[in-house]
Design a protein around this ligand. Sequence first.
Ligand code: CDP
Length: 233
Amino acid sequence: MSINGGRECDRINVAIDGPAGAGKSTVARKVAEQLGYVYIDTGAMYRAVTLAANRAGIHPGETDGLKQLVNSLSIRLAPGENGQMVFLNEEDVTSAIRSREVTLHVSQVASHESVRIRLVELQRQLAASRGIVMDGRDIGTHVLPDAELKVFLTASVQIRAKRRYEELKDLEGISLEQLEAEIAKRDLSDEQREISPLVCAQDAIKVDSTELTIDQVVALILDLSRTKLAEAK
Ligand code: CDP
């Protein structure tokens, strides 16, 4: 069976949604690698817009300023040795978008209609030829409602905070408790926003990773992908 470079029906799109720190990006990257697919981290795109806004002194609540900004930016994703690289107006911002300042503002920036319209358009273009594993908050419900496989990956907030705490290289003096409170706040804001909130799609398969390793989750999603691939042929 040909996957990459094959006919479109030989490839499927996989949507992985869920709250912060559930392991979406690591899992999605590994699943994409195994299938020979392209991984797209949509959160990185919202982070890039947030970084640009922070740099331009645009407050995350400034609707008009953000609209102008997002329509004038170029955001490009490219595969790199250590995962996906992100370019903002051709500057490599892969590390810069992970800063605490960006993390604290990203949910508010992502709640603006103009920002979502622009980024969703880019995301759909990237997924048009299929063979994509895309992770985010609204992929199964809004960006790719026709994705053959939708997974909603979750875990308890305590374990998500613990994982993020261990993964962050520069904690900038934040405690585990503070991180947990920040993650819970971001989840709430993502779940309660008016446009494309974080919600499990009706046809998504819910996977709770609280007691599972990354490799177990990857194996599970690969199994599901192979079943969907066989059905799509
Ligand atoms: O990696 P982490 O779980 O910290 O979050 P992320 O995937 O980098 O996403 C950062 C933020 O972008 C989320 O908290 C959402 O506010 C927003 N986002 C979104 O609104 N829609 C998406 N499809 C992806 C991210």
